[in-house]
Ligand binder design. Structure first.
Ligand SMILES: *Cc1c(COP(=O)(O)O)cnc(C)c1O
Length: 435
């Protein structure tokens, strides 16, 4: 395949039929897609490097602090770098932000007050936000603090229902949350341009509405970020795209100065804000991970495009499809039966550098209503910028595949997933050989 002797893949249990199929997909469908992915990666690499240089990141920035973390140069400069990359006034980037859900909960709870209403104008939010908001009753939810919630479903075509959105905005509507990526849904992810259009409309309806974008999985997949088209806050996880696979923990919020300040005092304490919070020993990975992120994201995008085309050709429904532009690194494949979802995850797990020998099983994961199966043999536990796949055990049994620190590894993962389905007779020999 691609000048690689077949026995190199046979050593991983990939049969000649699957190898030939992968080669066919590459030849016919992928070669033309990769240059655009490389172009966006190059632009974002320049953007990130420029932010480093303009911030005057120095060797001293890589040293950490302990205790209170007063005058933590590296932490403060890293936040400046993030603010430059996202073109915002300020940013909060901390190992004390434990994950993406925490970053989102922080941004929301910091900027909403009792009596305010939160609006989701782009349909139902990510599973873990249900408990943050209180859609599913939960201790400590925004609902418990007297923040109400309203949601406007997407239109049947997956677009924004502008009329319904206008009608949903009241004098109490304080903040709108917009999720860029589809998460565990089969709707399309939104482009930065679409998000910009939605924000323009929201601000027309209510100029002081705070517009927050859940940016998880979207960073560096396009030339611009949502904060460049009007978002007041963009929020994400460092064990996804912007951590570049190296960040061992953390989340970020980048945005308007007042929004970030409220988040900082909520994270630490009124009066203390962003001035405390020792960076410990993680700064080198947070800096270097951000530096590598545009290239790592391009590898993940290539893997996603390969998966889309390989599974689309076999007759599965895939979102996005094989030829659509990409607005995040997530690829969904719908199997309509649990066996397909499970086999796919087993294949991905079998390609992992860590825990490649274990078999993933569905489990009751905290924050999720249904059982979830996850394939992740990652250097950073739970990191989904590394090659990973997961999905809730519910109809239509879609897997959500993402990540791959290198394109070569993502490719092997997809081949292993195909092999796992093939071995269980879930894809037909004919389909594989004669397409
Ligand atoms: C991953 C994700 C989250 C939550 O992030 P965690 O780090 O898993 O808590 C929120 N929203 C979206 C769209 C995501 O993909």
């Amino acid at each position: 395949m691609n000048g690689i002797p077949q026995n190199a893949y046979e050593a991983f249990g990939i049969s000649p039929e699957i190898c030939a199929y992968g080669e066919k997909i590459w030849q016919e469908l992928l070669q033309t897609r990769f240059p655009e992915i490389d172009r966006i990666s190059e632009l974002n690499q320049l953007k990130v490097l420029q932010a480093f240089q303009e911030t005057k990141v120095s060797e001293a920035c890589l040293l950490g602090t302990t205790g209170y973390g007063y005058n933590d140069l590296g932490r403060d400069k890293l936040e400046e770098v993030y603010a430059r990359v996202f073109r915002t006034e300020a940013a909060l980037v901390r190992p004390q932000i434990t994950c993406g859900t925490h970053a989102l909960a922080l941004a929301l709870s910091a900027n909403l007050r009792p009596g305010d209403e939160l609006l989701s104008p782009a349909g139902h939010p990510y599973d873990t936000l249900e408990e943050v908001i209180g859609i599913r009753p939960s201790v400590g939810s925004l609902a418990e603090y007297g923040v109400t919630y309203r949601e406007v479903s997407l239109t049947a075509e997956g677009g924004f229902d502008y009329e319904a959105i206008r009608n949903a905005i009241t004098p109490r509507t304080k903040l709108a949350t917009i999720q860029r990526s589809k998460g565990y849904q089969t709707r399309p992810s939104f482009s930065v341009e679409q998000i910009g259009e939605l924000i323009r409309f929201l601000k027309e309806c209510k100029p002081d509405l705070i517009c927050m974008v859940d940016n998880c999985y979207g960073e560096f997949t396009q030339e611009k970020e949502p904060s460049e088209v009007g978002a007041d806050m963009v929020v994400g996880s460092l064990i996804k795209n912007p951590g570049g696979g190296l960040a061992p923990i953390g989340g970020y919020i980048a945005g308007r100065k007042d929004c970030i300040e409220r988040a900082a005092v909520r994270l630490t304490s009124p009066g203390l804000g962003a001035e405390v919070g020792a960076s410990l020993q993680v700064l080198p990975q947070l800096y270097q991970g951000l530096f590598l992120a545009p290239n790592v994201v391009s590898a993940a995008l290539k893997g996603a495009v390969f998966a889309a085309n390989a599974y689309e050709r076999l007759g599965f429904s895939v979102v996005p499809d094989g030829s659509e532009p990409r607005y995040d690194i997530i690829q969904s494949v719908t199997f309509h039966h649990p066996e397909g979802l499970i086999a796919f995850c087993e294949g991905i797990q079998a390609a992992a550098p860590v825990d490649g020998f274990v078999r993933p099983e569905p489990w009751d994961m905290p924050g999720y209503e249904d059982q979830v199966i996850m394939a992740a043999g990652a250097f950073v536990s739970g990191s989904s910028i590394e090659l990973s796949a997961d999905g809730p055990l519910r109809a239509p049994y879609s897997v959500f595949f993402q990540g791959g620190l290198t394109w070569q590894h993502a490719k092997l993962g997809i081949l292993k997933s195909l092999q796992a389905l093939y071995d269980k007779n879930l894809i037909s020999m004919d389909a594989v050989l004669h397409l």
